[in-house]
Design a binder for this molecule. Structure first.
Ligand SMILES: *Cc1c(COP(=O)(O)O)cnc(C)c1O
Length: 360
């Protein structure tokens, strides 16, 4: 392999090439320290600057003020399935969850270990091919929070409108964070594993509003308490230093490209390339998700037979398109179009889809 491929992996996933080159350049001698970022103390002023820059970049890109704390934790988004109810769901209280896919199901299972869970809506009846209508959601007014998954990485659905609930909105944004403009202020807690749209695996970002932070239980173990990490600016113990450094570079890359408005514009163009190839060839390609629930990040579709799907995955790989085989719970093909994938990559894949249909 002499050149980079078109990487459509669902996660860990493609990173901006400009960022990788910068990492390579700075690797042996970071900022004149004579050491790699991997080798400096997390208490060093160089790391403190990385930590604080990353925090302010999140606030800047999302339009949030200092009443939102930005935390860099370990454990992956999966650890938040437990940590959120551990902090926020007392045994005798209820949290509302919308069940829109495999990740939401896992979050629900964990929450039940701490308190009561009310299912406010579900798409299970149609193999998670849609997002429930907002006005169909049943959210008890005494819920301590409402949990949703903004983008369903496996099934390929995405929320395009959000509930204006009177309860605190908690959102797993692992696979679409910073992919579009949103009213981030309408959320009380946002979390994301970095390895899809933010950086490498190893850091989980939690953005939590002060009023919700104040409600965190004091009985949970110190290391699993959001208040600990907020009070210590994510430096209570050793954070995933290298991952946070790379996330900072990815955020700078987003700013340089023109921020979320520019990213959204590109993502809109990318997804329409692929969905157009599906919609103009419905004799061959069949989208999994209902149109108004389609994900811009993970696009799922089926072909006329499993044999043709397998052949598609194989031949696309040989043509330089990596990671297109769908998850077993949907089957078929999944195209992951995270921020770092270029419009050119999506266009080339759409051309491949046309050619493949004609040949088969
Ligand atoms: C990948 C993913 C997760 C799990 O992330 P880990 O960091 O592997 O724990 C959770 N939620 C969503 C929406 C995901 O896409």
């Amino acid at each position: 392999m002499t050149q980079r491929v078109y990487n459509f992996n669902p996660g860990p996933a493609i990173l901006p090439q400009e960022v990788l080159i910068k990492v390579q350049k700075e690797l042996l001698n970071y900022g004149g320290t004579g050491m790699s970022v991997l080798e400096i103390s997390h208490r060093a002023k160089e790391y403190e600057a990385i930590n604080n820059d990353a925090i302010s970049l999140f606030r800047k890109l999302m339009g949030l003020d200092e009443t939102y704390k930005v935390l860099f934790l370990g454990g992956g988004a999966s650890s938040q399935f437990a940590m959120i109810p551990m902090n926020l769901l007392p045994k005798d209280k209820t949290a509302a969850y919308v069940e829109t896919g495999a990740w939401a199901e896992k979050a629900i299972k964990e929450a039940k270990k701490f308190g009561k869970v009310h299912i406010a809506g579900s798409s299970k009846d149609k193999n998670h091919s849609y997002i429930p209508q907002l006005d169909s959601l049943d959210i008890p007014s005494d819920s301590v929070y409402l949990h949703i998954t903004s983008n369903n990485t496996i099934f390929g659905t995405q929320w395009h409108q959000f509930p204006k609930a009177s309860v605190s909105l908690v959102c797993d944004m692992s696979s679409d964070i910073l992919s579009r403009r949103l009213d981030f202020k309408s959320f009380s807690l946002i979390y994301a594993g970095a390895q899809k749209n933010l950086g490498p695996a190893g850091v989980t970002v939690v953005i939590i509003k002060d009023d919700l932070l104040a409600k965190c239980s004091d009985t949970s173990p110190v290391i699993f308490n959001f208040k600990t990490h907020a009070a210590e600016n994510s430096l209570y113990n050793t954070p995933p230093v290298f991952a946070v450094y790379m996330v900072k570079l990815v955020l700078e890359w987003i700013v340089e490209r023109g921020g979320l408005a520019a990213i959204e514009k590109e993502n809109r163009a990318k997804q329409s390339c692929i969905y157009d190839a599906v919609d103009h060839n419905t004799d061959f390609y069949r989208g999994h998700s209902e149109k108004d629930s389609r994900s811009w990040m993970n696009l799922t579709f089926r072909l006329p037979s499993e044999a043709l799907e397998e052949k598609f995955a194989k031949e696309s790989k040989a043509a330089g398109f990596i990671g297109l085989k769908g998850h077993r719970s949907v089957g078929g093909i999944r195209v992951s179009l995270y921020n770092a994938m270029s419009l050119e990559g999506a266009e080339k894949l759409a051309e491949f889809m046309q050619k493949y249909r004609k040949a088969n």
